[in-house]
Each structure stands twice: as structure tokens, then as C-alpha cells.
Ligand binder design. Structure first.
Ligand SMILES: Nc1ncnc2c1ncn2[C@@H]1O[C@H](COP(=O)(O)OP(=O)(O)OP(=O)(O)O)[C@@H](O)[C@H]1O
Length: 809
């Protein structure tokens, strides 16, 4: 707290700022409403104000200018409405808590010092020159996060370095215009304030953290130079928070050339999307585009594949341990995630330039019209130096031409005759009537035959009029034949245009059938262990029209090597959250997909629960190779903010190397290990604890299970204990809501709860070393309370944890 005199001054200043804010809001309010009405009125009356007359060239010109003038007026109104509205919005956002920080800085060579107040938007004084509040994203405000009192510096937008001395650093807590606290702070940004913020209950939405951004987080937010920024951060260290503030920063800094839709965030699941969706709007920015990798795969591969999603893959791996084929599947997943496999596919595609392309027959009612062999012959007769996708495009053009020829021939086929007979009168009339109408339009029809000939000639591509006089009925039949065949060939043409004549599945399947040729592809690296079994599993799945999750990206990649690459050059910034869950293969894929984007990857290898995970910051991480070390920056976050000190001390003991994780000093009870005999007693204990936690005011509580199957089991068991109100979260759940939920660990990733109850921490559930990270991920979701239940023995994963770090009951 500060001296009384200073408090009075701060209050006085706050009042002044507030008065100004209210005045500005009052001035803008009618304008914002008024302009919007004017613009919408103008839009409604757009055509009334325009004189439309096209009788003479002069009239036409006048009409043209009249439209242009209206258009210009409208867009000017709309622009100024948008600008005013933005100003008004930011003033409204400032009003309840205009600023949260202040630094007093004396620039080198200047005598006086300036008090720089920092808030979520800027506010100019009445002179329109001086800043009463600086937006937290301005360069000068950056010093607030980067320095403690003493020498400081910042870089102007022009790149000039300004040095000075920070004389004071102060924090405020202002709510609804009332000054609640003022702290002068030293090294870190107000531990007191952070204590208060972190001590609050979990929201059903992520919160903005601008007032308490820590120095190491600020480095992530304001990194302007790296092509690839990798953040390896412990659970709860603020990676997702920093990513969202970074997006807000980028949108502010590059506001004249970067739009929110040019930023894409890949998130772990749809539920997470809803969890983070309010942060940017709270900061006055639009949300970026959000997607999951799975969504992209579905878009890229279309609907014809029954694609396994990552959660089903995870369920299989967790539940089928020890079953035949499990190990091979795991080996397959790891191999298919690797750069070696990506390179093998490239080699395979290169070889296809000379031989081995697979095509699919084009068939009409089961009859081969153009055979795969014919296509292959045509394909390989072409110039071998032309790139594969271009050769496919040439083949496509050839196929379309061939189809046109075949279509013409087909008109004489007997099935057409039959179809003609089956045309009912209505269809008949409709078809011929439609045609005739088309060609008679705007013209009085005196000579039926001439009309007909014209239409016919046009369709045939021949000159009309040369032919002798036709019998109409005969011609009509010919025309109908043409239409019938044309309609019949339509799906074939569409198929060809969509390149469906390329047998992508066959090409992919080949890799798993020809071991010898495959070995030559992989060179010295050879194929992974369990190869014959991996082949059998993959082929079986493909034959069923399915695709394992681990095959989806490689399959799409191979398809694109052959058919042409899809890229998105609009996107400028790509954010990958839970980055440890992406494979080296997927990173290479993403880089190719967004060639003009900078990438920010945030993750925690301690939470690498998927089999294809990537270690983000180890010495030979594939991420370092992605853009090269010179263009890559790695930042490590070790301080964990989410959980109490006791929870962090407990959870870090679960991880080898976890000692490096530093808890933020916020106290709560120790984690509690509850041991009961038998599932019935365990469930009763959970139900009783849930009631106690809710009664204690914890609004967001999660019973975390290992799998979806266990979640269903828990839901039923707890319902039998009288808790029929619990909500089950599944991979289909789209919106995150407060309350008490039952959720599998892998869906709780990235999300937090006031209290977490580990449904069953017995060895039968968490018995394997490979489940350590999943267990760790589940436990680290807790902010204030962590309880673990077991019947019978302990999970061996707790063996290394000192008994001092938890309570037993
Ligand atoms: N500087 C900060 N000030 C206030 N709160 C913070 C700060 N940094 C992080 N937090 C809070 O800590 C919690 C964890 O943050 P976040 O979810 O961003 O961490 P994470 O590293 O993405 O975690 P995980 O990897 O476990 O999902 C959130 O409640 C967040 O608001």
C-alpha cells in the first residue's frame, strides 16, 4: 500500500480520468447509434437515391456515376461508424477499470519523468496529444512487464532504442471505478495482485491476464522476429494465456495490415475452442480462426473415408494393452509419425514418375469405358520431366476429351433406346419443351424447323442451316438421346474433374504390400519392427474403407504429392497449442500448408500423451529442423501459476525431471489420497467429497477418468450414489460449462477446474509407465484441490512421491 497522500492523489486522478471517459462515451453514444442508423437507412434507400436509366449512353453513364456516388457515401458512413464504434467500445472497456499499472520513467538526457499509466486501451487527454492511458501493447508499456525500477529501455516502432531509468512501478486494483488497492512493486509484477487473481475460482472461460503478465510471458507475447517460436512450458505456466495475449498484441501492432482471420489457432479439441473464445473479445479484438487438426484432415480428405479420430486411437491404445496387435499398432503409429516416413513417401512419389501409378477404371454401369491400363499407358507416354501433378492434370484433360467422344458414341447404345421408351410423357414434354423454349426466347417462332436446327447445331458444334430439312420428331429423339447420355456421363465427368480416377488408396496400400520395393525406398533406415503386422493392420483398415488416425496425414500428403499441393497463403500467423501432440510429420505438413505464416508452437512434453508426440525443445527436436535453428527461438516456462504450491509440489514429483518446475507461492491444502476397499466404498467416498466441495463453494469440479469408457462407468456408479446430475463430457461436447463434470483426462487437456478428483488411481487403471504423462496431465488440471481415489493398492506411479507431499485418508 502507498502513503495516504499518494492514495489521495491517485484517487483524484482516477476521478479525472473517469470523468473524461464518461464525457467521451457520452459524446460518442449518439454518434455511434446515429451513424449506424444513417448507414442502414442509406443502405435501405440505396436504390431510391439512384436514377437508373439506360436508354442512351449518356443516361447510362449518369446512372453509373449515381450508383458510384451512393456507394462511396455509404462506405464512408460505414467506415466512420466502424471507427467510432471501435473508439466507443474501447472507452466502455476502460470505464470500470481504466488502468492497472503505472511506471514513472525518466528518459536519458531529459530532466523530468513521465508517469505512464497502462490499461487495456489507450486514452488521449483533452489536448489530443498526451496519453492519459497507454494501451498495454504499446512499446513504451512493454517496459512495465520487462523491467523493475532501475535502468530500462524500449524500442520505438521505428526501431530506435530509447533508454532511461524507471523510478517507480505501481499496480492498481480498480473495480467499477473504485480504487481498491495501490501497490508499489519491485522485481516481479505484484505478487500480491497475482495472488489475488490466482486465488479466484475457475471460470468456465479462460481469463485475460494483461494486468499480471510475467516477464517471461511477455517475451512470448512480443516476439516479433522468429519464424518459429517454440514454447515449452510446464503445466499451468500460462502458455495458452500467453498465446492469446500474443494474438491480441499482433493484431494491435499490425492493425493496418493484419486481420483476425489471417491468424489460425490449432487447438486440441472443439471443447477447448469454446473455453478460450472470450479472451480476445474481452481485449477488444476479434477472435482468430480456430480449428483442430482433425477438422483439417476431414476437410482435406472429404467424406468418403471413415477416418478414426485421435481420441478413438487413444482409447484403443489405452484399453487394448496386451491384446494381439497392440504393440504393432503402436510401432506403426510411431513410424508413421516420423520424418523418415515422410521422406519415404517423397521417394515413393519420385519413383511414381517412372512407374507404378495406380488408376481406377472409369465405368458406366459396371462396364469399363476407359481402363486403368489405358490411363497408365497414356500417363507414362507423356513427357517424364513434367511434374507429377501436372501430368495428372494433362491426363485429366485427355480423359475429359475421351469422355466426350465416348459420350457421342454412346447415344446409339441400346440402353438409351430403352430409356427413351421409359420416359414418361411429362418428362418427354419437359425436356423437349425446355429446349425449345431456350432457343426460341425473345424471338417470334414461325419456322419450327429452323429453330430446331439452330439448337441442334449449337449443341453439336456444327453450323446450322447446311443440313437438309429435318423431320422434327426424329431430331427430337436425337436430342433426347443426347440429353440422356449427357446426364448419364455427368458423374463420370465430375469424377474425372475431381481426380477420382487416381487410385490414391491403392497407391497408399502399395506401400504396405510390396515389402521389397518399400525396403528400397526406406534405404538404410529400413522398416520398423513388426512391419508385416503393421502392413496387415493398415491394409485391413483400408479395405474396410477406413483410415487409422496415424495414416490420415501421410495419406493426404501422398495424395497431394501426386495430385498437387493445397496451400493457404492468406494466413500470416499459425498457433499450435498442445504442440507436443503433433508429430514431426504433421509439422512438416503444416509448414507446407501455410507457407507464408509464422508459427508459434506451445506445449509441454510432460503432457505428451499421444503416441506420436514431439519433444519440443530437446537437442534434436524435429522442430529445430523445420525452419532451421537460426529462424527458431525456444522459450522455456518453468513457473506454474494454475495450481497451489502444494499441488505443484506433488504433481512435479510425478515427472522425471519435474524438479525444475517452480510453483507460484499460493497456498492451499495438500493433495489428498483416499484409499477404500472396493469400488462401492470408493464411489461413496467420491460422492461425499463432491458434496463437500460444492458446499464449500467450488463452482467447477471435475471427476477425471482415464478413458471415455471409464467416464461412462463413473457416471453410472456416481448416479447410483445419488449423483444423477453430473454432466458427462465427451469428444462431441462443444461448449464448456461450469458445474461438476465427469471427463476423460485427454479431453481435460488445456482446461482447469477448482477441484479435481481422480476417479480411480488404482494400479489396475494407472499401472503402466506409459500412462505417467496422462496421469500427470489429469492431476495438473486442479487449481485449488486435488483428490485421488483408489481401492486396494496405489498406482505405482506414486511410488517416487514423498509421503510428505500429500495427505492420506
Ligand atoms: N501472468 C499470469 N497472470 C495471471 N494468471 C495467469 C498468468 N499466467 C497464467 N495464469 C493463469 O494460470 C492458469 C494456467 O494458464 P494456461 O492455461 O495458459 O497454462 P498452460 O501452460 O496453457 O497450461 P497447460 O499446459 O496445463 O494446459 C490460467 O488460469 C491462467 O489464467
Amino acid at each position: 500500500m502507498v502513503e495516504e497522500q499518494e492514495w489521495v492523489e491517485e484517487e483524484r486522478r482516477l476521478k479525472r480520468v473517469e470523468a473524461l471517459l464518461q464525457e467521451r462515451i457520452g459524446e460518442l453514444e449518439p454518434l455511434v447509434g446515429g451513424l449506424r442508423e444513417q448507414a442502414s437507412e442509406l443502405r435501405k434507400r440505396f436504390w431510391e437515391e439512384v436514377t437508373v436509366n439506360a436508354s442512351t449512353p449518356e443516361d447510362f453513364e449518369e446512372t453509373f456515376y449515381s450508383i458510384r456516388q451512393q456507394e462511396a457515401l455509404l462506405s464512408e458512413r460505414e467506415r466512420s461508424h466502424q471507427l467510432r464504434r471501435r473508439q466507443w467500445n474501447s472507452l466502455k472497456r476502460l470505464a470500470p477499470s481504466p488502468y492497472f499499472g503505472r511506471i514513472d520513467v525518466q528518459e536519458a538526457g531529459q530532466s523530468g519523468e513521465e508517469a505512464i499509466y497502462i490499461g487495456v486501451a489507450s486514452l488521449l487527454g483533452t489536448d489530443e496529444m498526451s496519453f492519459l492511458i497507454y494501451d498495454w501493447r504499446t512499446p513504451v508499456a512493454g517496459m512495465y512487464y520487462d523491467y523493475s525500477p532501475g535502468p530500462c529501455a524500449y524500442e520505438t516502432p521505428g526501431g530506435e532504442r530509447i533508454e532511461g531509468t524507471m523510478k517507480r512501478k505501481r499496480q492498481y486494483r480498480i473495480r467499477d471505478g473504485r480504487l481498491l488497492d495501490v501497490f508499489d512493486t519491485g522485481v516481479t509484477i505484484g505478487d500480491e495482485l497475482l495472488q489475488q487473481v490466482l486465488g479466484q475460482d475457475a471460470d468456465n472461460r479462460m481469463r485475460s491476464i494483461v494486468a499480471t503478465i510475467q516477464r517471461e510471458q511477455n517475451a512470448i507475447i512480443r516476439d516479433d522476429h522468429s519464424r518459429l517460436l517454440v514454447v515449452q512450458g510446464a503445466a499451468g505456466s500460462g502458455k495458452t494465456s500467453a498465446a492469446l495475449q500474443r494474438i491480441a498484441y499482433l493484431l494491435y501492432k499490425h492493425r493496418d495490415r493484419l486481420r483476425a482471420d489471417q491468424i489460425v489457432l490449432f487447438s486440441p479439441n472443439p471443447l477447448f475452442n469454446s473455453y478460450v473464445s472470450t479472451v480476445l473479445p474481452e481485449l477488444g479484438e476479434e477472435n482468430m480462426q480456430q480449428t483442430t487438426f482433425q477438422e483439417y484432415l476431414e476437410y482435406g480428405l472429404g467424406k468418403q473415408w471413415r477416418m478414426e479420430d485421435p481420441f478413438d486411437q487413444m482409447e484403443y491404445l489405452l484399453t487394448a494393452v496386451g491384446e494381439p496387435g497392440h504393440e504393432a499398432r503402436l510401432a506403426g503409429i510411431r513410424y508413421k509419425a516420423s520424418e523418415a516416413y515422410l521422406e519415404a513417401l517423397q521417394g515413393y512419389a519420385d519413383r511414381l514418375a517412372a512407374e507404378g501409378m495406380c488408376f481406377l477404371d472409369l465405368r458406366l454401369d459396371g462396364r469399363v469405358l476407359i481402363g486403368a491400363d489405358e490411363m497408365a499407358a497414356r500417363f507414362y507416354a507423356g513427357d517424364a520431366s513434367v511434374r507429377l501433378p501436372n501430368r495428372i492434370a494433362l491426363l485429366r484433360e485427355w480423359l475429359l476429351r475421351r469422355l466426350r467422344q465416348l459420350e457421342r458414341k454412346e447415344r446409339e447404345a441400346s440402353w438409351v433406346e430403352e430409356e427413351l421408351d421409359y420416359l414418361d410423357k411429362d418428362q418427354y414434354d419437359a425436356v423437349s419443351g425446355e429446349l425449345l423454349r431456350k432457343y426460341r426466347r425473345d424471338r417470334p417462332v414461325f419456322d419450327f424447323t429452323t429453330e430446331y436446327l439452330e439448337a441442334y447445331g449449337e449443341l453439336e458444334g456444327t453450323e446450322q442451316g447446311e443440313a437438309e430439312v429435318f423431320d422434327f420428331a426424329e431430331q427430337e429423339e436425337e436430342l433426347l438421346r443426347k440429353l440422356i447420355v449427357h446426364a448419364k456421363f455427368k458423374p463420370l465427368r465430375r469424377q474425372v474433374k475431381r481426380l477420382a480416377f487416381v487410385d490414391a488408396a491403392g497407391l497408399y496400400a502399395r506401400i504396405f504390400t510390396e515389402e521389397t520395393s518399400y525396403r528400397t525406398l526406406t534405404g538404410a533406415a529400413g522398416v520398423p519392427g513388426h512391419w508385416p503386422e503393421i502392413c496387415a493392420q493398415t491394409l485391413e483398415k483400408l479395405e474396410q474403407g477406413g483410415l487409422f488416425h496415424e495414416d490420415a496425414t501421410p495419406f493426404l500428403y501422398l495424395k497431394e504429392l501426386v495430385e498437387g499441393v493445397r496451400t493457404n497463403t492468406e494466413v500470416r500467423h499459425l498457433f499450435v497449442d498442445e504442440g507436443q501432440d503433433y508429430s514431426a510429420f504433421q509439422y512438416r505438413f503444416l509448414r507446407r500448408l501455410f507457407p507464408r505464416a509464422r508459427m508459434t508452437v506451445l506445449g509441454d512434453f510432460g503432457q505428451a500423451i499421444f503416441a506420436q508426440s514431439t519433444n519440443l525443445n530437446e537437442a534434436d527436436s524435429p522442430l529445430l529442423r523445420l525452419y532451421g535453428e537460426a529462424d527458431t527461438r525456444i522459450i522455456e516456462l518453468l513457473r506454474s501459476y494454475r495450481s497451489t504450491r502444494e499441488i505443484v509440489e506433488f504433481t512435479r514429483a510425478l515427472l522425471p525431471g519435474g524438479e525444475g518446475i517452480i510453483p507460484f507461492d499460493r497456498s492451499g491444502g495438500k493433495p489428498c489420497v483416499v484409499r477404500r476397499t472396493g469400488a462401492g466404498e470408493r464411489n461413496a467416498a467420491i460422492a461425499a467429497d463432491l458434496a463437500a466441495l460444492e458446499a464449500a463453494g467450488f463452482g467447477s469440479v471435475a471427476v477425471i477418468t482415464k478413458t471415455a469408457a471409464e467416464s461412462r462407468e463413473a457416471l453410472e456408479a456416481l448416479a447410483n450414489e445419488g449423483r444423477e446430475d453430473l454432466r458427462l463430457v465427451t469428444k462431441e461436447t462443444l461448449a464448456f460449462e461450469k458445474g461438476t463434470v465427469v471427463i476423460p483426462a485427454y479431453l481435460a487437456k488445456g482446461i482447469e477446474f477448482d477441484a479435481v478428483l481422480i476417479y480411480n488411481a488404482s494400479p489396475a487403471v494407472y499401472g503402466r509407465e506409459s500412462e505417467r504423462k496422462l496421469f500427470y496431465t489429469a492431476c495438473t488440471r486442479a487449481m485449488h484441490r486435488l483428490l485421488l481415489y483408489m481401492d486396494g493398492g496405489w498406482t505405482p506411479l506414486l511410488d517416487g512421491v514423498s509421503a510428505e507431499l500429500y495427505e492420506s485418508r
